[in-house]
Design a protein around this ligand. Structure first.
Ligand code: ADP
Ligand code: MG
Length: 419
């Protein structure tokens, strides 16, 4: 290896699923890592003095600490792992003169109202939308975008608080429920909500990497389950997409347009779009890679992980030859069947034994609460498959899922919200 070892600050939110995958990627690359997180307990024990506490919810203060850290020993890159680290990373990188997304661009990607404004200004196709303040009549705003509509908070993710409404009463009920979710998430319940036209059609997700403003698509995933609401639980992602080539091209062009409209120029982008006939609509674009453990469905070149691609880009290592493997691949985010306490997940061996199944991870411990959408913010687990065609991947995921039995204890749930 030529030159000194690169040194990277990884921003790992306390509740990330991806600490291990990023640390493994850094080890493989021979990159030295310092980990920044909100709480010290969250930091891998082995990190020792290479772990720092950072208030990720306060980007300016977190950046102060990062600049201080870089003053003591050089940092070559600040890499956010999930949404929470994106703003502090941008503020710190700007102060340190590192290549990164502009602060305003990541702020736009984190706030759905600002994002809608930026996409409108650039003429990117997206759902018609209105903002509803706490004192507005949400029924009237919803009627203006038309029925059915979708109501959502501006700053949450993972479909948390995203609800379809079919009529005025449904819109009012949904808005009240979203405000309760926001209050639970630490807000004051008086935040503005987004009310948008429900876009029918098939949903896809695009994983891309921005380099100096250029947008390179890493994978296009189909989401073959109908996502019609009223809640939008993510389930199956399969790549490569089975959409016609022209539609895929329109999807990737819309992703690049959305990233450019937001002002994003460096690092991973995860976009979600809907395809209705020959029209493509951008639902959202985030300045991060795919969430949960879903990145494990992706492999590049000779077995390189998405985390490695992201770190390579961040420290300026070569990326050529890193197209996605030729096999089809997919992941299923396991649905939470009902609210309660997780007793056990039966049938794991039977599920793993399904041909083409590549892995199963249950990410909720026994005895822990299970909270379905729209309130929930944790995944029950992830099922992975790899095969020669997307159809086989999808079938394997469905069959393995059918072999799992999620045993939920519903006692003691009297305090749970009415559903
Ligand atoms: N306007 C819409 N029309 C149809 N479905 C939508 C719309 N907005 C959101 N959804 C559904 O809800 C999911 C989550 O919404 P999204 O805006 O991506 O919020 P989040 O940041 O929580 O992922 C989407 O993936 C999609 O399935
Ligand atoms: Mg989304």
């Amino acid at each position: 290896m030529i030159g000194p070892m690169s040194r990277v600050l990884l921003l790992l939110p306390t509740d990330t699923y991806r600490a291990e995958d990023f640390l493994r990627a850094a080890t493989r690359l021979g990159v030295e890592v310092v980990v920044g997180s909100e709480r010290r307990q969250a930091l891998a024990g082995a990190m020792g003095d290479r772990a720092v506490r950072l208030p990720l919810d306060d980007p300016e203060r977190a950046a102060d600490r990062i600049v201080e850290l870089a003053g003591r020993r050089r940092l070559d890159a600040v890499v956010p792992v999930d949404d929470q680290g994106v703003a502090p990373a941008a503020v710190a990188a700007a102060r340190l003169g590192l290549a990164h997304n502009p602060v305003a661009a990541v702020a736009a990607a984190r706030d759905k109202a600002v994002m809608r404004e930026a996409l409108d200004a650039a003429g990117v196709a997206q759902p018609d939308h209105r903002l509803s303040g706490p004192d507005d009549d949400v029924r009237e705003l919803a009627a203006r975008v038309g029925w059915p509509c979708v109501l959502k908070p501006l700053g949450l993710s993972g479909s948390r608080g995203v609800i379809r409404a079919d009529d005025p009463a449904g819109a009012a009920t949904a808005a009240a429920r979203i405000r309760r979710i926001l209050a639970q998430a630490g807000g004051d319940g008086r935040e503005r909500l987004l009310v948008e036209t429900y876009v029918p059609g098939r949903e896809v997700a695009v994983e891309a990497l921005l380099r100096d403003g250029g947008c390179e698509v890493l994978a296009v995933f189909d989401k073959p389950d109908p996502l019609e609401g009223p809640y939008f639980e993510e389930t199956i992602y399969v790549t490569p997409s089975r959409l016609p080539a022209a539609t895929r091209a329109a999807v990737t062009a819309a992703t690049a347009d959305a990233a450019a409209a937001l002002g994003l120029v460096e690092g991973p982008v995860h976009a979600e779009l809907r395809v209705d006939g020959d029209r493509v609509w951008v639902l959202e674009a985030a300045a991060r890679s795919i969430g949960g453990l879903c990145a494990r469905a992706l492999r590049f070149g000779a077995g390189v992980s998405l985390e490695e691609v992201i770190l390579r880009h961040a420290v300026g290592l070569p990326l050529h030859g890193l197209s996605r493997e030729s096999a089809a691949s997919g992941v299923m985010m396991l649905p939470i069947p009902r609210a309660g306490v997780l007793r056990e997940v039966r049938g794991r061996e039977a599920a793993r034994a399904v041909p083409d199944i590549a892995g199963l991870e249950i990410t909720v411990a026994r005895g822990r609460p299970l909270v379905p959408l729209p309130e929930g913010d944790r995944y029950l687990g992830f099922l992975f498959a790899r095969a020669d065609t997307p159809g086989r991947v999808e079938r394997a995921l469905r069959e393995a899922h059918a072999r799992l039995e999620v045993v939920v204890d519903q006692a003691g749930l009297d305090d749970a919200p009415a559903r």
